[in-house]
Design a protein around this ligand. Structure first.
Ligand SMILES: Cc1cc2nc3c(=O)[nH]c(=O)nc-3n(C[C@H](O)[C@H](O)[C@H](O)COP(=O)(O)OP(=O)(O)OC[C@H]3O[C@@H](n4cnc5c(N)ncnc54)[C@H](O)[C@@H]3O)c2cc1C
Length: 461
């Protein structure tokens, strides 16, 4: 527990009503979208970078952990205060400060909900492409801190590709500004992109300069069913090689489809083993040509049915169903471990085959869905935590999966980060020398290890 005089000092920094200390209130901030949880000592809602800095300085003085938190939708336990301390909830910092169509930039505070930012940018005739499945409830600060991806990364890239500059409260309490509002800059080390994806371990992001792009004039969706997983993953390769350049190329296996079938605007035949959802964006004529080419490729690969939604409203239903996949999977089992591995594009069929084998060997439903266009497949290991055998089997399935991914030269996380969940496995991917260098970086930023301790590095927390 934090001593009461420190709680009083924090209350004085943020003002009345911005601190939660009752256990029942603190529980609400003990977990994220994993099944991990740990009770914080205090929950604080700062209203400015200066307030964040004052709390962080106090944390250095009295050595208590500070855990930045956006919406708590993270899938790696990054916002879980595993060593207690203060959870800094950044949702009060939720102003869109500027959307500038001349410079193609937006300047925002971290607590802005990503979907609201996308709509505000669209209202100014511009486009902020990154579109995580959680866009209606996650924060842009959380997106930057995790390096979030999403369904349109194939064409447009991920959050990292849109961050031009940051305001950050360092773990020592200084407020720094990195990057610029120019489209390019190579002045000194690229601290901006070191901070992107640092999962709240190197500082608290309090302002973000984002790059914007012109909106696409046209969008076409295609949905293609396949009788075998192999045919679907084969079609992914054909589409990518053909140059039709999809904005989204999403994959859903049969078990995943069964969870969202009733949300789709077309029937899913029982014999279908997998679906691909494809979106093409750009100039209308160009999109029409690329859609025709995609239809040919998908038909040749054995797609049946091949659906072109009638109009934007029906297309939206397809993408809404895709976004509903993650919560809908709980129909199969009450608990899940959601891995977001990525493999080289050529290895997607091998990954899907390996997952099927693991599912058989461990006796658990394991779903594969997600961003096939960039090799980032979400593997959801479904289990019932009340059944000990299933709990053990799920843990073993994680080990099997990550070992298989590394054999395929893949990565442990394509977009969710390492956080708490994957820290024990970091050595599967990073050498001791790289981990030691990263620890030295962490120490240079945070000599007293107060900022989100217990995350990323193995053997801590
Ligand atoms: C249904 C569902 C679908 C999802 N789909 C996707 C997807 O398509 N792509 C994807 O990438 N992710 C996805 N996610 C995961 C999650 O939404 C993202 O990781 C998101 O970026 C987290 O944002 P948040 O505001 O909830 O952050 P939180 O969960 O609150 O925090 C995540 C991490 O960021 C740190 N952090 C948060 N804010 C700050 C800040 N201002 N300064 C410093 N550190 C900070 C935290 O300490 C923590 O380590 C999904 C999650 C769910 C539940």
């Amino acid at each position: 527990m934090l001593p009461s005089d420190i709680i009083t000092r924090i209350g004085a920094i943020v003002g009345p009503g911005q601190v939660l200390s009752a256990p029942e209130d603190r529980w609400t901030y003990a977990f994220d979208a994993t099944d991990l949880e740990h009770l914080p000592d205090l929950v604080v809602f700062p209203g400015s970078a200066a307030e964040v800095a004052a709390i962080v300085r106090l944390a250095n003085e009295h050595r208590f952990p500070v855990v930045p938190r956006g919406a708590g939708s993270g899938r790696a336990g990054g916002a879980v205060p595993v060593e207690g301390g203060v959870v800094l909830v950044l949702t009060r910092l939720n102003r869109i400060l500027e959307i500038n169509p001349r410079d193609f930039v937006a300047v925002v505070e971290p607590g802005v909900i990503t979907g609201e930012l996308k709509r505000a940018v669209a209202a100014q005739g511009l486009y902020y492409p990154p579109d995580p499945g959680s866009s209606e409830f996650c924060t842009i600060g959380g997106n930057v801190a995790t390096g979030a991806g999403g369904a349109v990364a194939v064409q447009y890239g991920v959050t990292r590709d849109y961050v031009l500059g940051l305001e950050v409260v360092l773990p020592t309490g200084e407020i720094i500004h990195t990057g610029t509002r120019t489209m390019k800059s190579v002045v000194g080390y690229d601290l901006t992109h070191l901070l992107v994806g640092s999962e709240g371990t190197l500082g608290v992001i309090t302002k973000i300069i984002l790059r914007l792009v012109p909106p696409p004039a046209a969008r076409q969706t295609l949905a293609a069913g396949f009788r075998s997983l192999a045919a679907a993953t084969q079609a992914v390769g054909e589409l990518l090689r053909s140059g039709v350049a999809p904005a989204s190329l999403e994959f859903l296996d049969a078990a995943t489809l069964s969870c969202v079938a009733e949300l789709l605007p077309f029937p899913v035949p029982v014999e279908v083993s997998a679906f691909l959802f494809v979106a093409l964006e750009g100039h209308p004529q160009d999109v029409a040509q690329r859609a025709a080419a995609s239809r040919e490729i998908l038909t040749a690969a054995g797609a049946a049915p091949l659906v072109l939604p009638a109009g934007e409203a029906e297309a939206e239903e397809v993408w809404r169903a895709r976004k509903a996949v993650s919560p809908a999977t709980r129909k199969l089992r009450p608990h899940k471990i959601a891995e977001d591995v990525a493999v080289p594009l050529g290895a997607i069929p091998d990954l899907v085959a390996a997952v099927q084998e693991i599912s058989r060997a461990r006796g658990l439903p394991i779903l594969c869905f997600g961003h096939a266009g960039d090799g980032n497949i979400h593997v959801n290991i479904m289990f019932d935590a009340r059944v000990e055998a299933e709990r053990c089997a799920a843990r073993q399935a994680v080990e099997d999966l990550l070992a298989a991914v590394r054999r395929l030269a893949g990565t442990l996380s394509g977009e969710h980060g390492i956080g708490l969940l994957k820290a024990p496995f970091l050595r599967l991917e990073l050498s001791e020398a790289v981990i030691a260098l990263q620890r030295r970086l962490k120490q240079a930023f945070d000599p007293l290890n107060i900022m989100n301790p217990g995350k990323i590095f193995p053997g801590e927390g």
